[in-house]
Design a protein around this ligand. Sequence first.
Ligand code: GTP
Ligand code: MG
Length: 135
Amino acid sequence: SQRTLVLLKPDAVRRGLIGEIIGRIEAKAGWSVAALELRRLDGATLEQHYGEHKGKPFYEPLVAFMSSGPVVALVVEGERVIDGVRRLAGPTDPIEAAPGSIRGDYGTIVRENLIHASDSEESAVRELKLFFPEL
Ligand code: GTP
Ligand code: MG
């Protein structure tokens, strides 16, 4: 089985959607939460996490948004969770995301799209090390 890094972004925490979103993940057969913490992300962590987007026009506002309040960081474990959580989340732009997906049901703004999930095995390894080095 696989492990992936999930972040419930500051908009999800502010809007009281932590339980709703984790509930959707936990409802999938065989998937489970292996670690979970409410925390504020510092600049260094965000720079590493979103380094691939440095220099893009949305990078600075993205980092500011991700620092605007606490996030919930979690490790999700189970069969095919890396692609699976991305599918549950839906596409980056919530207006493109189908109803039934997390972004499709709750989002309208590209930046405030509620959830991050690792996009590949390589990203998952890197991000799990960054957010949960002790695991
Ligand atoms: P993450 O799980 O947060 O990494 O989202 P993603 O993998 O679906 O998207 P990506 O890694 O390409 O972009 C990271 C984040 O930057 C997105 O979740 C958006 O919040 C934001 N973002 C990406 N593209 C755009 C864009 O074109 N405009 C704006 N305003 N924000 C963007
Ligand atoms: Mg991404």
